[in-house]
Design a protein around this ligand. Structure first.
Ligand SMILES: [Zn+2]
Length: 244
């Protein structure tokens, strides 16, 4: 196995036919695809697609936490790094939406390079919060060692990276509190796009689920959790209960 986050779900079509019968129900285990969906086929060849009602950065943070928990430190760093990049993007899109501006007008000029996206985030954050976000130099150093130089990192480095990423995602989600409606609208647009890009299948095969087993409350990944360490512990609990 690799460090990817898996999702456990019953086949929705069998579920419709048999009802909620835990004895007959077969649970399927799938992994998230690039779009943040889980696609499953049961033994009767029914398709089930699970679309998780969470932002990309929340899903990736969870995947990164799961990878860390499974001892895949490098994969964890790579996923957590992507989680943070997607959180920057989410912030940019939500703030533009709140100003009545479509972020797509400028995104093609920054979308291909994460450093450009980061620059856009820093100044939008400065504009909306009145202060610059804290420096991310340690994050960049670890990321470059792992992502660009292919260095094998240990758990301690991955944990440090996870704590820094978690803090920054927390900062971003806190700053987005005042744009809760726009944040929800942004997520809704992404979920609709995820459904629209699926191959033709019965709408009943597509299930939207909340990340209730995890520490996501409303549109916040943090919930009661205050650190990456706590977050990973909550994932461990969810896994023990068979939910993740
Ligand atoms: Zn089935």
């Amino acid at each position: 196995m690799d460090g990817n986050m898996r999702w456990k779900t019953p086949c929705v079509q069998c579920f419709d036919e048999l009802g909620f019968d835990t004895k007959k129900m077969s649970f399927l285990m799938g992994e998230f695809d690039e779009e943040g969906r889980v696609r499953l086929v049961c033994e009767k060849q029914h398709n089930t697609v699970v679309i998780v009602d969470a932002t990309r950065h929340q899903i990736l943070l969870t995947s990164g936490g799961t990878a860390f928990l499974s001892g895949f430190a490098n994969e964890a760093v790579a996923m957590l790094n992507t989680a943070l990049e997607r959180a920057y993007e989410h912030f940019i899109r939500v703030v533009c939406r709140a100003k009545g501006i479509d972020a797509k007008l400028a995104w093609p000029q920054v979308g291909a390079q994460s450093e450009r996206q980061f620059g856009a985030f820093v100044f939008l954050y400065l504009l909306t919060e009145g202060v610059a976000p804290p420096q991310a130099s340690e994050l960049a150093a670890i990321r470059n060692r792992v992502v660009h130089k292919g260095e094998i990192v240990n758990d301690r480095v991955a944990r440090t990276f996870g704590e820094e990423v978690f803090k920054r995602i927390q900062l971003i989600e806190t700053a987005l509190h005042k744009y809760a409606d726009q944040a929800r609208a942004e997520l809704e647009e992404q979920l609709v796009a995820q459904e629209a890009s699926l191959p033709a299948m019965p709408t009943s095969a597509v299930a939207r689920v909340k990340m209730t087993s995890l520490e996501v409350s409303g549109d916040q990944v943090i919930g009661k959790v205050k650190s990456f360490g706590d977050f990973v512990e909550s994932l461990k609990d969810a896994r023990l209960k068979g939910m993740a």
